[in-house]
Design a protein around this ligand. Structure first.
Ligand SMILES: [Cu+2]
Length: 656
């Protein structure tokens, strides 16, 4: 009996030790360049990625399950030189979720089938499945890789991808390069958050607010530097939602690259980096710098419908000149911030405005409710729903009909592009939120961007004379609240490329369109590897046919995947919910006021009772009760948020 108990205790101790010490050893064990999971030979990098759940606690406030690679998190930084090949052997060891990898910003010429979005260029890799990505890289700079299925990457499957080149512009100006990631962070896993977000209990579509911000996937980032030295800092926002203001105390920086596009040297004291954007800049550590100095990333609160009381929206890192000295708190900065306007940047290659467009696509960004009561995101009248057959496989199997957008289905919102035509995207934001728009397979010229609240492009009376003669070029650009933006690119990269907002919540709620570029060329150059098709077979996903899986009558979309039905015109479900809540709030308010009001005069009481609902049941602006009711317009970036924020100091920064 005693022996048995002793054995059990021993086994228990070993088990507990393993649980506690395995992650530590896994984290501390290796150097990324010498691991068995990354080999390099003759211009080919082979990465072996086992994707699985691990435990992590990056902000020190909540240990949680995160998606790691090869038993560790943060996941590795991928690296290659220009024109080299990258092979990634993925094994999905997540027992409960499928996955994919997308390589953000890479053009993948003639390799669109390696782009990664599920049901677009491949089938999702099911639990237990494996999949190989194999592509060459021809663009220098900072990129990143992340999951591109069911809003999964904020659970940790996101990391940098760096492509170096032998003769980089500006390299004579700096001594060393440092990579710094910035992101938001949630304490809860995405599936649960999505359920709350996309529900009739959230008719206004309020996005879950992150729990914290991270620099270098931690809140204790120190970067060792030498006074008088110039560093190139490669920064990438790998977050899910929040844009970040970034500054280095007492130092200006000089921008040299955004989203893989070199720019003319441009000095600034603050950078704004939206989700998925990258920026490389030079910083010269002051020669007289005698103490360590902080740098700060501060989440843009305008994006949040409300700022939780306990949220610290800032994260501080430190440039360390002397390890023995302290890490000082950052000085307090007050809003409004004025970061560098990225449309003022000039590409290093001075590429001029592309010719007049052959093909113009106008997309209005609209948030609205559907019959299930949840809030969806629309381009015009379409909220994206993935097709039954991955769009690329439809393009490859549809023969001559591949040029007919019908076969891709209504809800993929597909535009078929001709080879080498100039495409112009006009974006009108019919929403008070900021949206960072990203195009796969290309970067684009931002030929025009309005200020906030400028209305639609048409209403702005902008002419070609207002367009930038040498437009800034990048792959992710922020559309301003209720403003407009015009993008141009040349359709010189046959493929199936998504265009979407990079706020992961809005990917989930449907803010996606699809470009099928030169499908007849694709049919000649793309050969899908067997393991890609085998992945579909495992998930019982058809590899041929139109969006509805019909390969007999290609123009019959009967049975295609569709969003919930629309609500009857004139009355929305959220309106009904809102009305009910308003009435209840109103009645409670009146009751409360009456109860308190015994000591008040009759006039005062009548004035109070007037709050709430107007005679015609409409709601008057600017009152708490009504904001709760019709928050879609009322709560976003409201002044009230900032008034509350002003009272608090967090991480040394006060925002007013
Ligand atoms: Cu968005």
């Amino acid at each position: 009996m005693m022996a048995q108990r002793g054995l059990l205790t021993l086994l228990g101790t070993i088990f507990v030790s393993l649980i506690f010490f395995f992650p530590l050893t896994a984290c501390a064990a290796d150097d990324q360049n010498t691991t068995p999971w990354h080999t390099y030979n003759d211009g080919v990098h082979i990465y072996n990625f086992n994707i699985s759940w691990v435990r992590a606690n990056p902000d020190g406030m909540a240990e949680r399950d995160v998606i790691g690679i090869n038993g560790r998190w943060p996941i590795p930084t991928m690296e290659a030189s220009i024109d080299e090949r990258i092979i990634v052997n993925v094994q999905n060891h997540l027992e409960d979720e499928s996955t994919t990898l997308h390589f953000h910003g890479l053009f993948l010429q003639n390799e669109t089938h390696m782009d990664g979005p599920a049901q677009v260029t491949q089938c999702p890799i099911p639990p237990g499945g494996s999949f190989t990505y194999n592509f060459t890289v021809h663009q220098p700079g900072v990129y990143w890789y992340h999951s591109h299925v069911h809003a999964q990457y904020p659970d940790g499957l996101r990391g940098p991808l760096i492509i170096t080149e032998p003769n980089a512009p500006f390299q004579e100006l700096y001594n060393e390069t440092k990579l710094i990631t910035v992101s938001d962070w949630y304490h809860d896993r995405m599936p649960g958050l999505i359920k709350q977000f996309m529900s009739k209990g959230n008719p206004t579509g309020a996005e879950p607010v992150p729990n914290s911000a991270l620099l270098g996937e931690t809140q204790n980032l120190t970067v060792h530097v030498t006074p008088g030295t110039t560093y190139r800092i490669d920064m990438v926002n790998i977050g899910a939602f929040a844009s970040q203001y970034i500054w280095f105390e007492g130092h200006n920086v000089s921008v040299i690259m955004i989203d893989g596009v070199y720019t003319h040297l441009t000095e600034t004291n603050m950078i704004y980096l939206a989700a998925a954007q990258r920026c490389s800049f030079l910083i010269t550590i002051k020669d007289d710098e005698t103490s360590n100095f902080p740098f700060v990333a501060s989440m843009d609160l305008d994006l949040f419908d409300q700022v939780p009381e306990d949220l610290n929206w800032n994260v501080t890192g430190w440039m360390v000149v002397d390890q023995k000295k302290s890490l000082p708190d950052p000085a307090i900065l007050y809003e409004p911030f004025s970061p560098l306007d990225d449309t003022l940047l000039l590409p290093w290659d001075n590429q001029t405005l592309l010719a007049e467009p052959d093909h113009t696509v106008t997309l209005n960004v609209i948030m609205d409710n559907l019959g299930d009561g949840a809030n969806y995101a629309f381009f015009n009248n379409i909220t994206y729903v993935a097709p039954k057959v991955p769009t690329l496989y439809t393009a490859l199997s549809a023969g001559d009909l591949a040029t007919d957008p019908t076969v891709y289905g209504t809800n993929t919102h597909t535009f078929v592009l001709k080879k080498d035509e100039i495409v112009q995207i006009i974006l009108n934001n019919i929403d008070p939120g900021k949206h960072p728009f990203h195009l796969h397979g290309h970067n684009f010229q931002v030929v025009w961007r309005s200020d906030d609240e400028a209305g639609t492009f048409e209403d702005s009376n902008i002419t070609a004379a207002d367009f930038a003669p040498i437009p800034m070029r990048r792959d992710t650009a922020v559309l301003h609240p209720n403003g407009n933006m015009v993008l141009r690119f040349k359709a010189d990269n046959p493929g199936v490329w998504l265009f979407h907002c990079h706020i992961e919540w809005h990917v989930q709620s449907g803010l996606i369109a699809t470009f099928v570029e030169a499908p007849k060329v694709l049919q000649e150059v793309i050969k899908i590897p067997e393991d890609h098709f085998a992945t579909c077979e495992k998930g019982q996903i058809p590899i041929k046919g139109n969006a509805a899986g019909n390969s007999v009558d290609w123009l019959d979309l009967d049975g295609e995947n569709a969003p919930p039905p629309r609500l009857p015109a004139g009355f929305t479900k959220s309106g009904i919910v809102a009305l009910v809540f308003s009435c209840i709030s109103g009645i409670l308010g009146v009751a409360t006021v009456s109860w308190y009001g015994f000591a008040e005069s009759e006039e005062e009481r009548q004035a109070q009772q007037g709050l709430g609902i107007n005679e015609d049941n409409s709601l008057s602006p600017g009152d708490e009760v009504q904001q709760v009711s019709f928050g879609n317009s009322g709560l976003r970036g409201g002044e009230g948020n900032h008034a509350g924020a002003l009272l608090r100091q967090a991480g040394g920064v006060i925002r007013g």
